[in-house]
Write a protein that binds this ligand. Structure first.
Ligand SMILES: NC(=O)c1ccc[n+]([C@@H]2O[C@H](COP(=O)([O-])OP(=O)(O)OC[C@H]3O[C@@H](n4cnc5c(N)ncnc54)[C@H](O)[C@@H]3O)[C@@H](O)[C@H]2O)c1
Length: 445
């Protein structure tokens, strides 16, 4: 009888990908899924803390380029080896590792995830899944070919509030949906506080700056005068490393929209306007509009999704909200033929109807644990929701919107099957990036 391991080996050989050595250990009922982390502080630490509450896992290796940011994981598991270089970790501990959690800055997600998947490791990778559209397609393709179990780290996908909104929309409570808005208070360059490169500063002894840069071109280290220029946290604002506000929040706030409306493809067209930008950081405030093919849950055969960041709220015109009803600082609004649903970011949904006004008369959906759900899926050998096929589609959408930002107030037509903009040839150059010598992601394939 053919086992899953046989199948994985065969498909790996057929596709030219490396064979999968350690995929089945966690599926033995008496054993634990053996995990390794890439990025072990910040969100990485919160991912590790959430994973270790599952009773059938064990971290067998941790990695962080900054050894000063490993104190907390040393406390969680004092005997677990710690690496500064994930490639060394995968090479030395590969036989021990079944699955990897990737919680680095965005520019390294694809390189780390593909490296791990090609060794047959299951992967949980933070949102947004990748930094370029080409990477999103490659990550999805490698996940498909290797058959490993994957999940994107948009944990609110599993939250009771978001799951309730999905159930309400799909049950037809507000009728077919005619318009959708999403918005977040965060700005495109408010995290680092910089709009141009600050002067060079000495690299802290604990940090391997070259490995932090990874695929990106070399630039001098700096904390800048505010302390968080690039590492940690401030990298989000820089086009070379992060994806601005939509990169930070798009895979959270757009997720219930894509899930509730069962949107499966990227958009047909993208439009962006903003308050101004340079070649280094993302704009302070951006508005995007994507037009997406409609589904059984939309009123028309296409639907427009509007995104605002930087504190701009959408208009409630055309909705069923009473005149002076305010909107939350961040969230989503579904306008339907019979009513409107407002979903604040990580709060319970509110319903509004033409005659009766506000209502919270609904049953709350059950809460799921996004992290345990992935471990359970690895143990069962079944793909969970928010896997890389879905994550790559959602990520591609936000990355395409971030290309539209470079051509403000123009509508970019997108050919999803061909993977190209058909209306602007010059926009296609932003679909992929150059990789630094020694870090060519395409060379991993
Ligand atoms: N799901 C969520 O709610 C959520 C929340 C915050 C951040 N995130 C995501 O998590 C990721 C990390 O964000 P953050 O805020 O923790 O960033 P951060 O800069 O605060 O932390 C990143 C950590 O990874 C380490 N690191 C960087 N490059 C590395 C590499 N090549 N190998 C190993 N370690 C490396 C850093 O030293 C640091 O400890 C991002 O993708 C971000 O979008 C998700």
């Amino acid at each position: 009888m053919q086992t899953r391991r046989d199948w994985l080996k065969q498909s790996a050989l057929v596709s030219g990908f490396a064979a999968a050595p350690a995929i089945v250990r966690g599926q033995n009922l008496n054993s634990r899924l053996q995990l390794a982390s890439i990025g072990s502080d910040g969100k990485g630490l919160s991912d590790i803390k959430a994973m270790v509450t599952h009773d059938r896992q064990q971290y067998v290796a941790f990695c962080d380029v900054d050894l000063n940011r490993t104190a907390a994981v040393r406390q969680i598991s004092p005997d677990t080896p710690i690496y500064q270089d994930f490639r060394e970790m995968l090479a030395e501990q590969g036989d021990q590792i079944d699955a990897v959690t990737v919680s680095t800055p965005d520019h390294m997600h694809a390189y780390c995830a593909i490296s791990a998947m090609q060794l047959g490791k299951h992967v949980y990778c933070q949102k947004p899944l990748t930094h370029t559209v080409e990477e999103a397609r490659l990550v999805a393709e490698v996940a498909r070919k290797t058959g490993v179990i994957t999940r994107m780290g948009n944990q609110i996908h599993s939250h009771a509030f978001y799951r309730t909104a999905v159930e309400l929309i799909q049950s037809g409570r507000i009728g077919k949906v005619t318009q959708v808005h999403a918005w977040v208070a965060a700005t495109g360059h408010g995290k680092s506080g910089h709009i141009s490169r600050p002067p060079e500063m000495p690299v802290p002894k604990s940090l391997d700056w070259d490995k932090w840069l990874g695929v990106a071109p070399v630039r001098p280290f700096s904390t800048g005068p505010f302390g968080k220029c690039y590492h940690p946290f401030g990298w989000r604002d820089w086009q070379e490393f992060g994806n601005g506000a939509v990169g930070d929040f798009g895979c959270h706030i757009l997720d219930p929209i894509y899930t509730a409306l069962s949107l499966t493809g990227p958009s047909n067209s993208f439009f962006a306007e903003h308050t101004g930008m340079n070649d280094e950081v993302w704009p302070a405030q951006t508005t995007y509009r994507f037009t997406v093919p409609g589904t059984e849950f939309t009123a028309d055969d296409q639907i427009t999704i509007t995104w605002n960041d930087g504190g701009l709220l959408p208009s409630t015109k055309g909705s069923h909200l009473p005149d002076r009803e305010g909107l939350p600082r961040s969230g989503a609004m579904f306008i339907g033929e019979k009513g409107t649903l407002v979903l604040p970011h990580v709060e319970a949904p509110s319903l509004y109807f033409p005659e009766t006004g506000f209502s919270n008369d609904y049953e709350m959906a059950s809460e799921r644990d996004h992290y345990h759900g992935w471990i359970d899926a690895c143990l069962a050998g079944e793909q969970p929701s928010a896997n890389f096929a879905y994550g790559a589609m959602l990520t591609e959408t936000i990355l395409l919107a971030n290309i539209a930002v470079r051509f403000p107030r123009e509508t970019l037509e997108w050919d999803a099957a061909g993977g190209r903009f058909t209306s602007h040839e010059e926009a296609n150059r932003w679909l992929a990036r150059d990789y630094r010598e020694g870090w060519d992601l395409r060379g991993l394939l």
